[in-house]
Design a protein around this ligand. Sequence first.
Ligand SMILES: *Cc1c(COP(=O)(O)O)cnc(C)c1O
Length: 502
Amino acid sequence: MTLHDLLALGRQNPNDSSESFNMAYLAIRGSGAVNGVSRLHGKVSRKLFEPLFPRWPADEVPVGHVTNGVHMPSWDSEAAEDLWTKACGKECWLRTTETLEQDIRRASDTSLWQLRTDARTSLIEYARERLARQLAVSGALPDVVDRAKHLFDPGVLRLGFARRFATYKRPHLLLHNPERLLRLLANPQRPVQLIIAGKAHPADQAGQALIQEWTHFIQRPEARPHVIFLSDYDMHLTEHLVQGVDVWLNTPRRLWEASGTSGMKVLVNGGINLSELDGWWAEAYTPEVGWALGDGREHGDDPVWDAVEADALYDLLEREVIPEFYTRDERGIPTAWVRRMRESMTLLTPRFSASRTVREYTEQHYLPAAAAYHVRIADKGAIGKQMVDWQHSLEQKWATLHFGEVKVETRGGQHVFEIQVYLDDLDPEAVRVELYANGIMGSAPVRQEMKRVRQLAVASGDYVYSAAVSADRPPADYTARVIPHYDGATIPLENARILWQR
Ligand SMILES: *Cc1c(COP(=O)(O)O)cnc(C)c1O
């Protein structure tokens, strides 16, 4: 392979040496299937990779989605594991997740609330010790280290925010109005604890500055009893956090979070998500299972919108989250909270479990790919070789292909199209001719195969194709197109040529 050909795999235009090498382009050109990691990410990716499929409609860009899931047995606490095992049996996460829903729905209010109370208590021990160590290492005075050992109260609502401090994740959204945040945390009737954890890439100065903002806030004496920042965010810390926080916050700038998985890790432990409608939460959220931030639209990098969302976040916490946590029945149980917890565990845990994800990859991608591979290699790769020949003939002949005369007759409620297509000496089986119309009012586009009805003159390369469509729409809505075709080939992923009649 020449260097030019190698670099071409990572470029939109192979001959543009000023274009930088794009790893995603390389990956797409080497893949038998391509998917995003959430529904929204699939949609965003179809838009992003449109340039690799020029003249194809955006919704036919061959990128689907398989939403991420997390391996529940890795993230559940021991107590959560007991609860799920009691409800659904030992092999809970190994079998299909279909019956999990009914099983966990039967768990009692008391057992669910006990799970939360215990989890909040165990995280305190871990957080105190970790913070004390962190402070000691950084040279804090002994009384400061000592104070860390007595922080936090197991009965208080606990919010968690832990992630890489990348700017798109807006880790400072909660800090937008520090006074309001303080009032919210330090309310003596309904106090709130906040655990922040994070890490920024050492070269990411903007990310480092966001960590600084939190460090400064936490140094304020009024904030100190209510907020801690745990450094060196890693999977071990995540494991403890996702077990012991009541509400997991996520505030990315919409369309930037491909999936997000940390919020899925709290599900099995009965934690509840409050998140921007981005990534997985855009498809998981309903009012019964958690809280949503944002209006489900894009606002770019707009400080005015950030301010609106920060205010909405404070409002949500003050008016819904905090009151729901502290409104108790005679047994001391917050029934509305437990109801939301149960819905989240019931409806979301099975859907965002890795079992479901792996099953989808297997069924949608791996099994069909394995079958296609066996077809291609059988008989010393006979089909594979024919497909290479097919690719070469398309490459050689495509430029000469063109449309000729178009006739439409309307009869019996149908438009009957007859369209001439010049294929040169290309095997007509190497292509497919379709009649196409854009979808109207959100419906799917029309893609109707046209049948080859005759050749204009022997060995002329000129053919007539015909198709009938309902006369509900005017004939002018329709246009014909030629696309590559080979049984079992994925079009346009394996060959993105397309010729439109107009
Ligand atoms: C789960 C996890 C992530 C991913 O978190 P997101 O919120 O999805 O970005 C990142 N880092 C660690 C250590 C994790 O455990």
